[in-house]
Design a protein around this ligand. Structure first.
Ligand code: COA
Length: 381
């Protein structure tokens, strides 16, 4: 039995913009309500997912900020923060809250552009361990660089494999008008020219700094043929410091969340037709595929090398461009993944529509595997 239904979705473009955080939020929420054929009067509660509103722009109490966009409407509303997994956790909470509310609006929103690089890196780093990891210089690119190094040592993964992911996701983003790098054609020479950010990760292994918002209306009941059943919703967490983990080539939180989501959906990994996974760095897409059970540990590279995860392969991964090229507006990302899967499942993805889209999955990670929210959507068997 479905956990709930996504009855409407909306999304802004991800990428730098002069629009304020409330303007981005308003654009996405209006689009989601219109898509659902509902008005705000039909909504019973809302959840705002955001990570950097406080440190980046001194803007907190975001449930009230959103209420300010809805004059005369006084709804139960609250904010969720789980670093880069804020959006996925908000979707999970919305599903849980259907025991009380009929229609819940989930809104993910973030503004990141225009913040000086060092300050932004420090603010993003708050999602990691303050006492041990950050003190040792482990900002986010450095943390994922360690994961990449360990994966290379353990399984023989190469920088060429990382490049293939970057090229694939940039190519996919060229079909997605809402992607950060929609207008950018990326070829091998661009990748070769990229500076090293944290070895072995170079510029084109990193997601960009994006602004953006995404929204979804999640309901207890299906409204019409466009309503998408959420078959499974898994959430798990892990210790924040990498020093507290024994394995650095896999995220236990992702494995646990996937197991819960698959069990609820009554499917196995092989039943998934396509996935939007959290490729904040190219290595993260490899780890995601292995944690999701798409292959054995260490075997993701053979799928990537064989084109299996390309848009015309048998298991397309990040057909939207992913975080790498679609953009990563942190608090909005998990909801943006739901937007993408819903569009694909409805056959509304335009130029990037996949040939086979019956069961889709979202995988949204906070920190370096500290939180993971996974959703399985599509036709119930
Ligand atoms: N991939 C590809 N190109 C990128 C890019 C990325 N990640 N980031 C920036 N660029 C491009 C810009 O489009 C710009 O191109 P142009 O000159 O053709 O316009 C050029 O590089 C310079 O952009 P700039 O914004 O000055 O880059 P930067 O050096 O300040 O930032 C990074 C580059 C990698 C440091 C930044 O993108 C970053 O911090 N990414 C990671 C964000 C993050 O950690 N998120 C959370 C993950 S858990």
């Amino acid at each position: 039995m479905p956990q709930g239904y996504v009855v409407g979705v909306g999304k802004t473009r991800f990428g730098p913009t002069s629009k304020s955080l409330p303007m981005l939020a308003q654009e996405a929420l209006i689009a989601a309500l219109e898509d659902a054929g509902l008005t705000i009067g039909d909504i019973d509660a809302f959840i705002v997912a955001n990570y950097l509103g406080g440190p980046n722009e001194g803007r907190l109490h975001l449930n009230s900020v959103v209420a300010g966009l809805l004059p005369g409407v006084n709804l139960p509303g609250w904010r969720v923060e789980a670093a880069c997994a804020s959006g996925g956790v908000a979707v999970h909470q919305a599903l849980l809250s259907l025991s009380r509310y009929e229609n819940v609006l989930v809104l993910g929103v973030e503004r990141m552009s225009g913040i000086p690089g060092m300050l932004l890196t420090k603010n993003i780093g708050m999602a990691g361990d303050l006492d041990l990891d950050q003190g040792a210089g482990l900002n986010f690119p450095a943390s994922y660089a360690l994961v990449a190094q360990r994966h290379m040592q353990t399984y023989g993964t190469t920088t060429r494999d990382l490049e293939l992911i970057s090229l694939k996701n940039h190519e996919n983003a060229r079909r997605n008008p809402l992607a950060h790098f929609y207008h950018k054609s990326v070829v091998q020479a661009d990748i070769d020219a990229g500076v090293t950010v944290a070895s072995p990760l170079r510029l084109f292994d990193c997601c960009p700094v994006s602004d953006g918002a995404a929204a979804a209306v999640i309901s207890r009941d299906s409204r019409d043929g466009r309503s998408i059943p959420v078959l499974g919703s898994g959430l798990s967490t892990d210790a924040i410091s990498l020093t507290q983990r024994t394995v650095h080539t896999s995220f236990q939180a992702a494995r646990d969340a996937a197991a819960t989501a698959y069990a609820q959906a009554d499917i196995v990994a092989a039943d998934v037709d396509f996935a939007e996974v959290h490729d904040c760095f190219t290595i993260a897409e490899i780890v995601a595929m292995e944690d999701l059970g798409f292959c054995e540990p260490g075997a993701a590279v053979s799928l990537i090398r064989g084109g299996v995860t390309s848009r015309d392969g048998s298991l397309p991964v990040n057909a939207s461009g992913g975080l790498k090229a679609g953009g990563h507006a942190i608090g909005a990302t998990g909801v943006g993944q739901v937007y993408e899967v819903v569009r694909q499942l409805r056959g509304e993805a335009g130029d990037r529509q996949l040939a086979r889209a019956e069961i889709g999955l979202t995988h949204n990670v906070g920190g370096v595997g500290g939180t993971c929210a996974i959703h399985v959507m599509g036709s119930a068997s």
